[in-house]
Every structure is written in structure tokens, then in C-alpha cells.
Design a protein around this ligand. Structure first.
Ligand code: ATP
Ligand code: MG
Length: 954
């Protein structure tokens, strides 16, 4: 075979090489850089990645270079395991080994698996390992032929692109133009300028001349016509006869796709020319897989060692097999494909069988064993079914798509015998679950229906699982229909019925009518009366607690929450794991009842179990509540992180519903931290994908309205709120408060007034400090906008106090900032400083950068608002006695002499005397100039020290 032009600079690719060089420099400087090379087969993608790897190595990168293969698409993480396979003598050997070990571990047999890791946690660990390596120097991950990669590798790549390791990282991918994995394409696009997109076009005629300098012009023209400038075809056909070339050129003109087949034929001819032993070794190597394992090839061919060595040397000699990174590979995937197909079906199947046997006896990797088994086993092979079932179980959490393939094969191989019927259902149940985990609902539903039809213990589990999948997808009506059907089945009241009732309550909970959820939960609790089933009771009481809270029954909610929490805490992890879904609503209700510590403890435990037990369906919900808890308690960056993680976890299980929920949760922390523009941009991005649940779509509209209101678009905010009849009492106060403020801003003062009053009434009924905070703050704002600052200031202060009691620092800060504004209008300068100082430190602790910056601007404005004296008064404030200062402050605060006298238990005359002495000492003539003097003093002191409560103030 012609093997020219493999070395030296690639021809005609200067622009592409320039892009690669700048990507390498960018990553070396510490930024994430991605490279996406796409092109038709043979266009030079692999070649370009090899150049990239060389460039990176020269800049001191640790390079991990892996290639996906056509025939091993079901081996999970294949391309990563290949890339991170430790190389002997490599200085970064340990770091490489760690990732390979992690991935093998996560999909290995259960006794080898240290801890079950669901996909998301696994990906997090992988990212951390890359970060660890990145701390020592820049890292390049080069993934070739991603169009053949197993789904888990594609998911991991997408994850790394979406949540890049904090490390100097270059992540390069190559795939055939027509077969781009969609998720990766989207993730690459999202990175914007950090991605270099390289689309490889055919070489030009001049490049052909440069590539084949020894061919004459006529031949070059013919070659160009035949190959259309495809480098691989040029290379393979460089030595072909004129007749072949002419025939190919004519075929190529009429039929597309013909060149690849023609090429395979040319390559097969080369294989046929080999001696039988060498050819057999080539075929065995094609079956064994890449990188080529000589042990496996030996077990397939059963050739003596010397003959094997000789054959391998020969294949390397003719360039069919190449040695790269201390391992052997075929020179090009097409060469391997030619050898694989040439072997013939029967021989190939036996070869896979011998490979499987070798791996089984030598304890080879489980997934590789399953791969060879799936390709060789025949119907009725019970041992094969067992192998595939075990490999599927091992892959379920980390690589569910592999589990799906393996289980399908296992079901096909299982003999049709009556006594194996329950095994078949077991396999179908596993397949249904695996399909659900991959997000293939239709497939999952179809299989699970077969399980549901068969009598037996798995039926009800299949019903529950299906209804959970429906909920994740936002198909609440379907979930309800499924459960109601199950409940109308005529059989005794047992655990299964309770489970179905519980499922129904969970569906109702997500709707707009919490009353229905309360009834359904009560039903479930009743059905459990004598059952003594703490897990189910905890779940039912949790739903009851949340439904009661949403329905405005705070006392009932408190008692149900207490009971549910107590039951949950008493459960061991094993008992809790199958009912993990109860944790998120429990923590949600605890969050709203201001039981933050309980909520946080439950979430931590829930996440821990979810990751260990592979309950990936529970992860998004748990992270959603965690994000809300962080936001409430003023940990804004943590809130953003948790919501982002919830989004990733939702993408993995294809849950559009939890994806929409978590996207909503980003709005508030983004708003407070990064400002309305960032929040608005995010709002625009997600506007087409709001949650479908009645409850959550209401929550979504409220937060979107808030963002619009803060962005100074009360009309848009009102539009989002109009017709928004609050889905429950819990959001009712908030909704009224928001409507009051936006209505007031739009000028409808009296309507705003009554909305705000209603908000206070509703909040008072609930007695929850957080609700009271919203209501009073809104009332203050409305009064302020109506020009009634004195009444407003009282409500602002109450709002702040309620938020303080609620442990909601950001909201408290907003209330204090409002109070400061009102005090400024009333002229009480010292109080202004005091409130601003408190808001400032609350914002700073929460990481509310945008609020802090806005407050700093406000502070200057408020200071500037206070009229400044033209004459610099003569006397300093220190000249005043404590009593004089006290009286001055109260006078500035707007109190009359009579009021000051009453407040301080003095006579009005004494007050007057103190004031005139003060005027004299400071050289001011009136209360107005006294105010200016105090403001100027406050401002100058602000410059020296961080604003804090003024010891000398009232
Ligand atoms: N610009 C070039 N100059 C010289 N040789 C090249 C050039 N591009 C590709 N080649 C050679 O052509 C052959 C095919 O290229 P390569 O294997 O990189 O294609 P590919 O796009 O990766 O194909 P596939 O889609 O099948 O993986 C290789 O031997 C490569 O060295
Ligand atoms: Mg390639």
C-alpha cells in the first residue's frame, strides 16, 4: 500500500494549521479552547489532529489522544479509556491511569465497583481529575472519530464542554461531517469564540501535484477526477492502474458513496495478496479491536508465537498496521473495516467467541467481554445471557445506553421456555428502566407495558417508574391516567395500591390545585393505616405537608413536616433509597417553613444516596431545592452552581420538565448577582421552555415578572402577571406584592394600594415571616410611590425585620435599602447611613455584586440629594454635647420640638434652648442648614470607615 505523504507538513492546510496553533496558545495561557474538525471520510481529520497533538506536546501539554472505533460502539467510554490508557514511561502516567480506572470502575462488575456512581457524579469526578492534572500543566484531550463514539463518551464530552474543568485545557474533536453528535455540536456552539471550527474541504488540483510530485500531469488529472481531491483516496489509488482509475472516475460521477466501497475493494485486494497466516492475523486483529492486543489476537488465531510475531511485523512492514504511542493500530479505519468484512461472518463469529472465552478465563474487562459475547452468542446461550445481564446491570447508572444494547441482545438470546418467563420479565424491566434513564420514553413505555401486563411483583414497580418518568417529562395528564387505571384494578388493598395512590398525590402536587393533592395524600395515608410502612408514610406525609402549605394551612403543614422528617431521619439509607423522591419536596417545604438546617441536612443525605445508589432521576429535583435554599439564605453563587448542575443532570436524563424548573431557578441569583441584563438574557433564552406543571409555570411567571420589573419594564412585568391567578397561597402573597409594586410603578396608585393591603392580609394569615417581609416591603414601596414616605418607612422597617427573622438576607437588604431611600426623603441622614450600611454588608455577604454596585450608586445619589451648604459652618460636630447631638439628630429626622420633648422627657423650652445652642456652636441658622451639616459630616466619615451603625445615633 502506498504510504507516502504521511510525514512532513500536510499539504494545502496552512489556514487550518494556523487555527490550531492559536488554539494551543490560548489553552496554554489558561483558557479553555475547543477545536472541532469535521470533514468527509479520508479528508484529513485524523492527520490534522495528529498535527495538533504535536503542537501541544511541543508546548508542554500532557496529550491524551483517543480514537473511537467503528466496531466497538457499545463499549462504554471507549474513546476516553483509549485516550487515558497509561503509557509506559509517560510522566503523567498516574493522572492518566486515574481516569481510566474511574471509568472502568464505574461500569465494571459490582464486586469491583467501589461505589455506584451515577453518570452525573461520574462526570464530576472525571472533571475533577482533569483539573488535578491541569494544576501541573496544560492538558490536551484529543478525541478522534467521535461519530463512532459510544453514547457515554459523547455525553462526557458534552459535559466537559458545558462545564469545563478549571484548567488550561484544549479539547479537540473530529467527526465525519454528516454525523455530528447533536449535543456536542450545541455545546461547541455555546462556547462561541473559544471553539475553532474547522471544516475540511477537498484538496485543490495544485495540492495534488504537491502530494504526488512523481506522477505525470495526465495521471494527476485522472487521479484528481477520480478522487475529487480527497487525500485518502489519492493515497490509496496513487499506484492504481489507469483502467481502475477510469472505471472509478466514471462510477464516482454517477453514484455518490461509491468511492468508499470502491476503496474497500481496493484494500481487500491488498489483503488478499497477503499470505494466509498474515491475512488471518489481520482479520483477527480487526475482530480483537484497537489498540490491537496481541494476547487477544493470539487467542483468536491460535498461531504459534513466532508465526504471530512474524505476521505482525509483516503488517507493520507494509504499513497496514502502524505503531503509535507504544501501541498497534490499523493505519486507517477503512483498512480495519476491509479486514473485518473480509473475514466472513462465520469465522468472525467464532473469532469473537474465542476472544470472549479468553477474556472470561483471564478476567478481562466486563464490558469488553460483553462486547465479544454479544457478537458471537447464539439463541439459547444461557451463559451469554447471564454475562450480558451482568454487564448491563454494571453499566446501567454510568452508561445506560450500553445497558440498553446489551439487554436487547440478552432478551433476544434467551430461550423461549416457560420456566424462564420470569427471567424474561426481569430483563424487560431492566431494559425499561435503562431506556427511561437514557430518556427514551416511548421505548421505555412500550417495554414496561409488557411488564405491567404480566402478573407479579414487578408490575407495580413498573407503574411507579413509568409515572415518575412522565412527571419528569412534564406529562402530568398521562401520569394521572396511568395511576388511575392501576387504582381501578380489582385487588386487595396492599402496598402497591398505596404506592399508586402516592404517585397520584405526587402528580396532583405539581398541579394548580393543592387541595386535590391534599385529598390524594390523605387517601394514601389512610390506605397505610395498619401497614406500618415508614417509607411510604414519610412520603405521603411529605406530600400532605407541602400540599397543606400551598393551600394555606400552615399549622397542618408544620405538624406533617415534623412527622415526615422524623420518619425520614429514622430510616436507614437502604430503606430510604427506593423512596428518595420524597426528599426534595420535604426539603422544599422545610425551606418555606424556615427549617433551613433540616432542609440542608436532608438534601445532603438525599444527594449522597442518589449518587451512590445511582438514582439519577432524583438528582435534578434535589439540586433544584438546593439552589432555592442557597438563594434564600444568601449564597448566590452556590445557588447559581446548583441550578446549573440541576440543568446538566436534567439534560442527562432528558427531563425537559426539571430542565425548565432549574432554568427558572437561575433567574433570581443571576439578577441579584449579575444584574437585570444578565437575568433578562437568560429569561429570553428560556422563554420557549417553561415548566409544564401548573404549579411551576406559575412560579416561573412570577420570577420572570420580577426580572422585568427590576429591568425597568413594568409593562412587561405586568403582562407576565396578568391573568396570573396565583396557583396557591404560598405564592399568593408574593404575586400580590409584585403586582402591587409594578401597578404602582405604572401609575395606578389606588389599585396598587389595595393589592398591597391584600398582600399584608394574606401574609398575616400565614404568619410566615418571609411572606410578611414581601407584603410589608411592597406596601412600603407603594406608599412611597404615592408620596407618603412617613407611612412607608414604617412598613419598610417591618419588612426588613420580618426578612431578618426569616433568615433571608438579600430580601432584608432590599427592604433596608428601601428604608434608606425613605429616610433620605424624610431627611433623617443618620438613619439613611445606618440602613445603607446594613444593606451593604448583607449584599456583600451574599455575593450580590450587582445589588452592591447599585447601592453604592444610590448612596452617592442620596448624599447628593441632601442639600449641601454653601458656607462651611464654623463649628465641628464634636463641639456638641451628647444631648445636643441627640436633639439635633431628632430634629433632622423631622420631629417637632414638642415631639422631641416628649421622646426625651424634656420640656419644649429645654429642647429649644439646646437647639439654639447647637445652632450657635455649628454656625447654622435653621434646621435645613443643620441637616446639610450633619449630612456633610456623615459623608466625610463614610469615606474613612465602612458604614455601620452609628453609635451616636438615635
Ligand atoms: N493535507 C494532507 N496532506 C498530506 N496528506 C494528507 C493530508 N490530509 C490527509 N492526508 C493523508 O490522507 C490519509 C487520510 O487522512 P485521514 O486519515 O486524516 O482522514 P480522516 O478525515 O481522518 O478520515 P476518516 O473519516 O476515515 O477518519 C492519511 O494517510 C493522511 O496522512
Ligand atoms: Mg480519521
Amino acid at each position: 500500500m502506498a504510504n507516502r505523504a504521511t510525514y512532513g507538513r500536510p499539504i494545502g492546510r496552512d489556514a487550518e494549521l494556523g487555527l490550531l496553533a492559536s488554539a494551543v496558545s490560548g489553552a496554554a495561557d489558561g483558557a479553555l479552547r475547543a477545536v472541532a474538525v469535521r470533514g468527509d471520510p479520508g479528508m484529513g481529520k485524523t492527520r490534522l489532529l495528529a498535527e495538533l497533538a504535536d503542537l501541544a506536546r511541543a508546548r508542554g501539554f500532557a496529550v491524551h489522544h483517543g480514537q473511537a472505533t467503528e466496531f466497538e460502539r457499545d463499549v462504554p467510554f471507549g474513546v476516553y479509556i483509549a485516550a487515558f490508557e497509561p503509557q509506559p514511561g509517560d510522566p503523567s502516567r498516574d493522572a492518566q491511569g486515574a481516569l481510566t480506572e474511574l471509568l472502568l470502575d464505574a461500569t465494571g462488575p459490582s464486586e469491583a465497583r467501589r461505589a455506584g456512581l451515577d453518570r452525573y457524579r461520574l462526570f464530576q469526578r472525571a472533571r475533577r481529575l482533569i483539573e488535578d492534572q491541569g494544576a501541573a500543566g496544560p492538558v490536551a484531550i484529543v478525541l478522534d472519530d467521535l461519530h463512532w463514539a459510544d453514547r457515554s463518551s459523547v455525553e462526557l464530552t458534552e459535559y466537559l464542554l458545558r462545564r469545563p474543568p478549571r484548567a488550561p485545557l484544549l479539547l479537540a474533536t473530529a467527526y465525519r461531517a454528516a454525523q455530528v453528535p447533536a449535543g456536542i455540536a450545541r455545546a461547541l456552539a455555546q462556547l462561541g469564540d473559544a471553539t475553532a471550527h474547522i471544516s475540511l474541504a477537498p484538496l485543490g488540483e495544485a495540492d495534488v501535484a504537491a502530494l504526488l510530485p512523481e506522477a505525470d500531469r495526465g495521471r494527476r488529472r485522472l487521479l484528481y477526477r477520480t478522487t475529487h481531491g480527497n487525500p485518502l483516496y489519492l493515497q490509496v489509488l496513487a499506484d492504481a492502474g489507469v483502467e481502475t482509475l477510469t472505471a472509478l472516475a466514471e462510477a464516482g460521477d454517477t453514484a455518490t458513496g461509491a468511492p468508499e466501497r470502491a476503496l474497500l475493494e481496493v484494500l481487500s485486494t491488498e489483503l488478499t495478496a497477503l499470505t494466509p497466516d498474515v491475512r488471518q492475523v489481520a482479520c483477527a486483529a480487526a475482530v480483537a479491536g484497537e489498540p490491537i492486543s496481541l494476547d487477544l489476537v493470539a487467542s483468536i488465531t491460535e498461531l504459534p508465537e513466532a508465526a504471530l510475531d512474524h505476521a505482525v511485523d509483516h503488517l507493520v512492514g507494509v504499513g497496514m498496521v502502524v505503531e503509535a504511542d507504544a501501541s498497534l493500530r490499523f493505519r486507517h479505519p477503512l483498512v480495519r473495516a476491509a479486514a473485518y468484512w473480509m473475514a466472513g461472518a462465520a469465522w468472525r463469529s467464532r473469532a469473537h467467541d474465542r476472544a470472549a472465552e479468553h477474556l472470561r478465563t483471564n478476567g478481562g474487562p466486563l464490558q469488553l467481554l460483553a462486547h465479544h459475547t454479544a457478537r458471537s452468542a447464539r439463541h439459547g446461550d444461557v451463559q451469554a445471557v447471564r454475562t450480558l445481564e451482568a454487564a448491563a446491570a454494571a453499566a446501567l447508572d454510568a452508561a445506560p445506553s450500553t445497558a440498553v444494547r446489551l439487554l436487547r441482545t440478552a432478551i433476544r438470546l434467551l430461550p423461549d421456555e416457560a420456566d424462564l418467563a420470569s427471567w424474561r420479565i426481569q430483563l424487560q424491566w431492566a431494559l425499561g428502566r435503562a431506556l427511561g434513564v437514557t430518556g427514551d420514553l416511548a421505548g421505555s413505555r412500550q417495554i414496561l407495558q409488557e411488564v405491567i401486563r404480566a402478573p407479579g411483583p414487578l408490575r407495580i414497580a413498573a407503574v411507579s417508574f413509568s409515572s415518575m418518568i412522565y412527571r419528569l417529562l412534564g406529562d402530568f395528564d398521562e401520569a394521572k391516567a396511568l395511576l388511575t387505571t392501576e387504582l381501578t384494578r380489582p385487588y386487595a388493598r396492599d402496598r402497591s395500591t398505596s404506592l399508586a395512590r402516592l404517585g397520584l398525590a405526587a402528580v396532583e402536587l405539581m398541579g394548580r390545585e393543592p387541595g386535590k393533592a391534599r385529598l390524594a395524600a390523605a387517601d394514601a395515608i389512610r390506605s397505610l393505616r395498619d401497614a406500618d410502612d415508614e417509607a411510604l408514610e414519610a412520603a405521603a406525609r411529605t406530600i400532605q405537608a407541602l400540599a397543606a402549605l400551598r393551600d394555606g394551612h400552615v399549622a397542618q403543614s408544620l405538624s406533617e413536616t415534623g412527622r415526615a422528617a422524623w420518619l425520614t431521619d429514622a430510616m436507614t439509607d437502604d430503606v430510604l433509597a427506593p423512596h428518595l423522591e420524597l426528599i426534595a419536596p420535604l426539603a422544599w417545604v422545610e425551606l418555606h417553613l424556615r427549617r433551613y438546617d433540616d432542609a440542608s441536612r436532608h438534601l445532603r443525605r438525599g444527594l449522597d444516596i442518589a449518587y451512590r445508589a445511582g438514582r439519577s432521576h432524583s438528582v435534578p429535583y434535589l439540586l433544584i431545592v438546593l439552589s432555592a435554599l442557597n438563594e434564600r439564605q444568601g449564597r448566590l453563587s452556590e445557588a447559581v452552581t446548583a441550578a446549573e448542575e440541576a440543568r446538566e443532570a436534567s439534560r442527562l436524563i432528558h427531563s425537559r420538565e426539571t430542565l425548565a424548573m432549574s432554568s427558572i431557578l437561575l433567574l433570581r441569583p443571576l439578577l441579584w448577582r449579575d444584574g437585570p441584563r444578565a437575568a433578562l438574557e437568560h429569561a429570553e433564552r428560556i422563554s420557549g421552555t417553561l415548566p409544564r406543571s401548573g404549579w411551576w409555570s406559575g412560579l416561573a411567571r412570577l420570577d420572570l415578572a420580577l426580572v422585568h420589573a427590576e429591568a425597568g419594564r413594568p409593562d412587561r412585568a405586568l403582562a407576565a402577571l396578568t391573568g396570573e391567578d396565583p396557583a396557591d397561597e404560598l405564592t399568593g402573597t408574593y404575586c400580590l406584592a409584585l403586582r402591587a409594586v409594578t401597578t404602582a410603578a405604572a401609575g395606578a396608585r389606588s389599585e396598587a394600594d389595595s393589592l398591597a393591603e391584600n398582600a399584608v392580609l394574606l401574609a398575616t394569615r400565614s404568619g410566615l415571616p418571609h411572606q410578611l417581609g414581601f407584603a410589608h416591603r411592597a406596601r412600603a414601596k407603594v406608599l412611597m410611590l404615592s408620596g407618603r414616605p412617613k407611612e412607608a418607612v414604617v412598613h419598610a422597617a417591618r419588612g426588613a425585620d420580618h426578612f431578618a427573622a426569616a433568615g433571608a438576607p438579600v430580601e432584608e437588604g432590599l427592604a433596608r435599602q428601601l428604608a434608606a431611600e425613605l429616610h433620605a426623603a424624610l431627611g433623617s441622614v443618620v438613619t439613611v447611613r445606618n440602613e445603607i450600611g446594613r444593606a451593604k454588608s448583607l449584599y456583600a455577604a451574599a455575593g450580590a455584586a450587582w445589588l452592591s454596585a447599585a447601592l453604592a450608586r444610590d448612596e452617592r445619589r442620596l448624599a447628593a440629594q441632601a442639600p449641601r451648604g454653601r458656607r462651611r459652618p464654623a463649628g465641628p460636630l464634636s463641639a456638641l454635647t451628647t444631648r445636643e447631638r441627640q436633639i439635633a439628630d431628632l430634629a433632622v429626622g423631622g420631629l417637632t420640638n414638642q415631639q422631641i420633648a416628649e421622646r426625651l422627657y424634656l420640656s419644649p423650652k429645654t429642647v429649644e434652648a439646646h437647639l439654639s445652642r447647637t445652632f450657635a456652636k455649628l454656625g447654622v441658622q435653621s434646621r435645613v442648614t443643620l441637616t446639610q451639616h450633619l449630612a456633610a459630616d456623615a459623608q466625610s466619615r463614610d469615606g474613612r470607615a465602612a458604614a455601620g451603625p452609628d453609635a451616636g445615633s438615635m
